[in-house]
Design a protein around this ligand. Structure first.
Ligand code: SF4
Length: 115
């Protein structure tokens, strides 16, 4: 059970956790880092927001912003890989690799070329 919520019992205004000001967001994150309820808070917010895109999430919770929480959500599929001109070639596969992408079409295409 969450007994101490630092965002509600501390000296900072609760709006700090919903501020767009980077300095206030950093303050909120710092309070969350030291909050004894952080683990339970993270579990609760990830469950409550399951499946929501980052744009539909708001505020700092458990020290995480909406984009960071969405990235941790296993129910959100990863973005489709952009198809490049020439996908299926080694040059396109190298471009995907530079961007940290995995392209099935390039993978299959270059395996066929390499075979
Ligand atoms: S971890 Fe959760 S409960 Fe604790 S201060 Fe941050 S938002 Fe509030």
């Amino acid at each position: 059970m969450i007994s101490v919520l630092a965002c509600l019992t501390g000296t900072r205004h609760p709006d700090t956790w919903h501020s767009t000001n980077p300095a206030e967001q950093a303050e909120a994150r710092a309070v969350c880092q030291a909050c004894p309820a952080r683990v339970a808070c993270r579990t609760r917010i990830l469950a409550a927001e399951a499946g929501l895109p980052a744009l539909d999430r708001a505020g700092i919770h458990a020290g995480l912003d909406p984009e960071e929480r969405a990235a941790l959500d296993p129910t959100i599929p990863t973005a489709p890989v952009r198809q490049l001109k020439g996908c299926g070639t080694e040059a396109a596969q190298r471009r995907h690799q530079r961007k940290g992408e995995t392209c099935d079409r390039c993978h299959v295409g270059t395996k066929a070329v390499a075979a």
